[in-house]
Design a protein around this ligand. Structure first.
Ligand code: HEM
Length: 512
């Protein structure tokens, strides 16, 4: 979760006068370990009246909130820390033990932007805990993203990976924007499995989803100061969210029309795998659900799966390629495995993937060093409760600093080094049972798209490494490669990755 620096600057200006006036008055309340009227809160850095800890979390020095929160937690030596961000109480878990407890919360806080974006019906990510969430979650886990459904999308993934290779081979000897190519391949594969075949307005959809990311990424002023109407006017996200809602839903209408026209033109005696829209429309028609599935729900689910699935997978792949360029011996080992397993085959297919053991470790190690959701997706405490022996008031937002846990020397030897081999001898996995490694979260709201994401990422990475050798352009040495992060809805590379490919294993003509 990122914080929008412009809004925060506005908030700080607005609050500073009031904060200083109240500072002396409230000084006694701002002790290292706060209290909530009787209960014992987790340790907290000192805070200012009104803005609380905003000035420490959202510094212009580092807009990367997971890093500033990690610094604060380290300074306090607090695996569970309490922060006051404007009017919002927040706890941050920075150890595996604290994460285990915090991830028992199944509710999510709902930002003003999320409410505006999903005013026509709930989707899959931001909906509050309750019967609708339980049902939509079941639909996602069982019907849309389960192993059988993911397997059924195999031809799409293989075809899109081959298209990526063919397009890159066409630019051999040129410097290629690998970030852009990966993002397009993941987006194309995802669009096709969601609404069937290519969507003629994909570019527009991706642009609007980029806007969705902007309005959702971080606390806006109307979330930080919900009781101040002025805050919403100055820096609220509701208006941009409403505009984004109109545009994305118009695009969804168009995608639905295109989908229907295609269905009408297909010979109904030919059986074709269902895409995700087919499944949802069939379920809507069949009825029998505890909470009826509305067309608003269907659009919201598809948009949520896009937002949750494309940027995360594409960013992880970009980090993987960047780490492989920084660690040539790892690249060599991964390529040797793929090339010896495939032994001259014309392209990578999913039958090859189970044998690519080291490639899977490369992806795992990328998820450890570069978790693209470094604070997971916020949870909310619905009832006052006890966490690690502290009292956590109802309505507190809970974050888990996975980025910090994934680099904690208590759990990881040589924690900052990219070393896929570490997983050869340790059974730690990312499926939500080992709390020192939870890039997909854990508990009742763990990411339901793990199988979908892994299938997409493995074939793309294997294809890039099988067909090409890669070089950094302009004499950049591996250690000089810029790895600066930038915060969106997920953490991405600040600078696109440009590389020079050399074709080693050409696609055969009929494979293009
Ligand atoms: C590398 C790829 C991905 C990463 C790192 C990732 C990570 C996450 C994380 C950290 C959460 C929050 C979990 C929690 O609160 O404990 C989440 C939730 C979610 N993810 Fe993913 N994700 C990825 C890919 C996908 C894909 C491909 C899809 C679907 C196509 C997807 C769909 C969802 C949904 C629907 C939720 C919300 C679940 C809920 O609130 O009940 N994700 N993801």
């Amino acid at each position: 979760m990122a914080m929008d620096m412009e809004q925060v600057a506005a908030a700080l200006c607005l609050c500073i006068f009031l904060a200083l006036t109240l500072l002396l008055h409230n000084r006694n309340k701002n002790k290292q370990s706060g209290n909530n009227g009787g209960g014992r809160l987790p340790p907290s850095p000192w805070r200012l009246p009104v803005i609380g800890n905003l000035h420490q979390v959202m510094t212009t020095r580092s807009p990367l909130v997971h890093r500033t929160m990690a610094d604060l937690a380290r300074r306090l030596d607090a695996p569970l820390m309490h922060l006051q961000l404007g009017e919002v109480p927040v706890i941050v878990a920075s150890s595996a033990a604290a994460a285990r407890e915090v991830l028992n919360f199944a509710a999510r806080p709902r930002s003003a932007a999320a409410r505006a974006l999903r005013c026509d019906g709930e989707g899959a990510v931001f909906l509050p805990y309750g019967a609708t969430w339980r049902q939509l979650r079941r639909v996602c886990v069982v019907e849309l993203l389960g192993a059988r459904r993911v397997r059924s999308f195999r031809p799409v993934r293989e075809e899109e990976a081959r298209r990526l290779v063919a397009a890159t081979a066409g630019e051999e000897a040129a410097v290629v924007n690998v970030s852009e190519r990966i993002a397009a391949a993941v987006a194309d594969a995802t669009v096709r499995v969601m609404v069937g075949e290519r969507f003629e307005r994909r570019e527009e959809l991706m642009k609007e989803l980029g806007e969705t990311v902007k309005v959702l990424a971080g606390f806006s002023l109307d979330d930080l100061f919900p009781s101040w109407r002025l805050a919403g006017v100055l820096g609220g996200m509701t208006r941009p969210a409403e505009a984004n809602h109109r545009n994305t839903y118009e695009l969804m209408d168009c995608a639905f029309r295109q989908h229907q026209e295609r269905k009408a033109s297909i010979d109904s005696s030919v059986t074709k795998e269902e895409d995700i829209l087919d499944v949802l429309l069939r379920m809507q028609k069949e009825g029998g659900l505890e909470v009826p599935l509305t067309t608003g729900n269907i659009k919201a689910i598809i948009l949520d799966l896009f937002s949750a699935g494309t940027e995360t997978s594409a960013n992880t792949l970009q980090w993987a390629m960047a780490e492989l360029m920084r660690n040539p011996q790892v690249m060599k080992k991964a390529q040797a495995e793929i090339r010896s397993n495939l032994a001259g085959k014309p392209s990578v297919t999913e039958d090859d993937l189970p044998g690519l053991y080291y490639l899977k470790l490369v992806i795992k190690e990328t998820l450890r060093l570069h978790p693209v959701s470094p604070l997971l997706v916020p949870r909310e405490c619905r009832q006052t409760c006890s966490v690690m022996g502290y009292d956590v008031p109802k309505g507190t937002t809970a974050l888990v600093n996975v980025w910090m846990i994934n680099r904690d020397p208590e759990y990881w030897e040589d924690a900052k080094t990219f070393k896929p081999e570490r997983f050869e001898t340790c059974a730690v996995d990312f499926r939500g049972n080992d709390f020192e490694f939870i890039p997909f979260g854990a508990g009742r709201r763990i990411c339901p798209g793990i199988a979908f994401a892994m299938a997409n990422m493995e074939i793309v990475l294997a294809s890039l490494l099988y067909h090409f050798d890669w070089e950094l352009p302009d004499g950049v040495s591996p250690s000089e490669l810029d790895m600066t992060e930038e915060m969106g809805l997920s953490v991405r590379r600040k600078k696109d990755l440009y590389l020079r490919p050399t074709l080693r294993e050409p696609l055969q003509a009929n494979e293009k």
